[in-house]
Design a protein around this ligand. Sequence first.
Ligand SMILES: [Fe+2]
Ligand SMILES: [Fe+2]
Length: 183
Amino acid sequence: MSVEEVREKVRPAFEPDFWERHIVLVHKYCVLLAEKLHADKEVVELAAYLHDYGRVMDPARRDEHQLTGAELAPKVLEGYPEETVRHVQACIRTHRGSVDLKPGTIEAQILANADAMAHLDAVPWFLRLRYAKGESVEEATAWLRQKLERNWTKKLTLPEARKLVRKKHEAAMLLLGGTADSP
Ligand SMILES: [Fe+2]
Ligand SMILES: [Fe+2]
């Protein structure tokens, strides 16, 4: 099965907005970083499409979607070598900044970094999602600021990734009322 076939297999599970405003961007940044860092492109592409799959397939366990996503991956990746499947699973398990699991390979690092990079392109969408939950402007802004600050300190570990989004991060912090800590 090709990467494109995997993409088409999982795409219907996602809300169109979630797909276009997040998954597509994570995939784009995964490819970009894999090329820059000479990483395994196939692994990061598969991981990009699958990293939040658990979140949409098992909403009741959304808070541990890094685990449900890894559990679901082998079924989606039928026909792929076991080594590839295991590597994709490892990437999925460590993609979250809010869970203290460190990415163990360059591909896993790329996924976590690309996830954070994608967030910076989706500021209006995140605010809209929080308003839809009934949050005030202040609550939504504070939530997003904390998320982006956590991304910067915990997820954006690759110097190449930080360099690419430093200006966006600083602009977002300025507009959301945070302090841009960008050593
Ligand atoms: Fe996620
Ligand atoms: Fe994500």
